[in-house]
Design a protein. Sequence first.
Length: 464
Amino acid sequence: MERRSRGRSLVLAIGVLLLVLVAMHAFMEGASVAKEEDPPYEYIKRFTDALSLVQQHYVEEVDVKKLIYGSIKGMLSDLDPHSSFMPPEMFKEMQVETQGSFGGLGIEITIRDGVLTVVSPIEDTPAFRAGIKAGDRIIKIDGEMTKDMTLMEAVRKMRGPKDTEITISVMRSGLASLMDVTVTRDIIHIQSVKNRVFDKGIRYVRLTQFQERTAEDMADRIAEMAAEGPVRGLILDLRNNPGGLLHQAVKISDYFLKSGLIVYTDGRNEEQNLKYYAHDDGTEGSYPIVVLVNGGSASASEIVAGALQDHGRAVIMGTETFGKGSVQTIIPLEDGSAVRLTTSLYYTPSGRSIQATGIAPDITVEEGLVVKREDDQVEFHRVKERDLRGHLENGGAESTGESATPLPAETAPDAAPPAGEVPPPAADGEEAGKAEDRLARDVQFQRAHELLQGLQVFSGIGSN
């Protein structure tokens, strides 16, 4: 009876594996066939043999589903840093995140040198208020070591019901031992658009992520500011924005462009070669724009910056961006799990690949504060896409991508690059005096503000 049960489990396990392979094969249909000397089903046979040996001889009884899921996870993680397998509960977590509201701490994380590392605490969240900093290395979560823990597993452990406590043990530069930080979970509402109005017609908009309503919210905010007086210059802040949904990056670029190519993708299969264009349908005015970027600007942020830079629509200011120029497509499976697979690379309108190189600013301005801080000796190395183990190399600019077929799925937020030491300027949600103080001390913002003021002065000289 026990053997029959094991036999049924083995059949079920093989069925799940074949389901994944069939789904991936259907998506990748049209790809080059494997070499005759390496028939793929020979390797599948080896896998089933190994699975059978584990079932029969391992010291303890094993969970077949756990083995299969772990095998798929390992297979995908060996491809590149952004391909991954999401069991049903993790897939649901990812869907919740793109909607902009979830229960947790309010931090973005990545894996750096094999260690779970804080990307950045999100403003006005429990983690932000508890003093978690960019660059903190999370060694334990509620006493459990994070070594070999995946990003999605860590996210799942840190999220939970509102008002429940969690203790994370972090290693911070300058400290001799681990520091335990207890954080009370809360419902995290990500406000992806923040704005402020300045004198002389200068406006400021900050995008923190690219979510379902980001483009609409940005358009509404700019319209509200325009109602207070004509816009004569805009600072678009994309610093520490890890990206998000592709169609939102396209809509935001389209908002500022009257025509032309915004971005194109080039992949292994013809259906992955896509082009996205701007349309003159309510395009915002011709006022000058300064886009602020840094090493925390990734993916969708780089698409917007690259498009506006190539079209000469904006001056890009700050430091080199992260360099995540790959497209991840989410492919749901029948059991509620999903495969996140890198399927193509992004290219700017001029044919530049973003992958592992990022967007170089027109004007380089290093991050810093006008007033020296007591802890400014602390240095955090900013990780870039090219620093990640197994990253894809830059694809160059040979491809053209002719197809205009819609993507099978939108890109989703992924492991983001660490944010810099200097927090981005605050906007909505803070006291006016505190926000003004932070803006006044932010070197990059001040340079952008001065540039727009200078353009106004020169414009007046030319007219006279």
